[in-house]
Design a binder for this molecule. Structure first.
Ligand code: SF4
Ligand code: SF4
Length: 93
């Protein structure tokens, strides 16, 4: 009978120790695509605010994008039910 494999102690990773720390990381420089809202179409349903993984869309109506934090993931454009958000190349507009 073989002896059990020795256990290895793993250190915890990706731990967020301070709540609200996303405000300290300006993720806007990660962006290659930029979301632009067409306010003629926007109905202020706020789904983009709900799904944005960064503090990049304020909760005021109509929503505004804070490009300091928008990392260009495109989730907002995907969830917008009326396709009011277009992803454009960074620096295009
Ligand atoms: S592209 Fe991503 S990070 Fe930027 S506003 Fe949309 S959901 Fe938020
Ligand atoms: S998801 Fe689209 S329609 Fe809804 S608030 Fe955002 S941009 Fe406007």
């Amino acid at each position: 009978m073989s002896s059990p494999t020795p256990t290895k102690k793993l250190l915890p990773g990706a731990v967020i120790v301070d709540e609200g720390s996303t405000k300290q990381t300006e993720t806007g420089s990660w962006r290659s695509l930029k979301p632009v809202i067409d306010y003629k179409k926007c109905t202020s349903c706020m789904l983009c605010w709900l799904y944005c993984p960064e503090p990049a869309i304020g909760c005021e109506k109509p929503p505004k994008i804070d490009y300091m934090y928008c990392k260009g993931c495109g989730i907002c454009a995907n969830v917008c039910p009326i396709k009011a958000i277009t992803m454009i190349q960074e620096g295009q507009k």
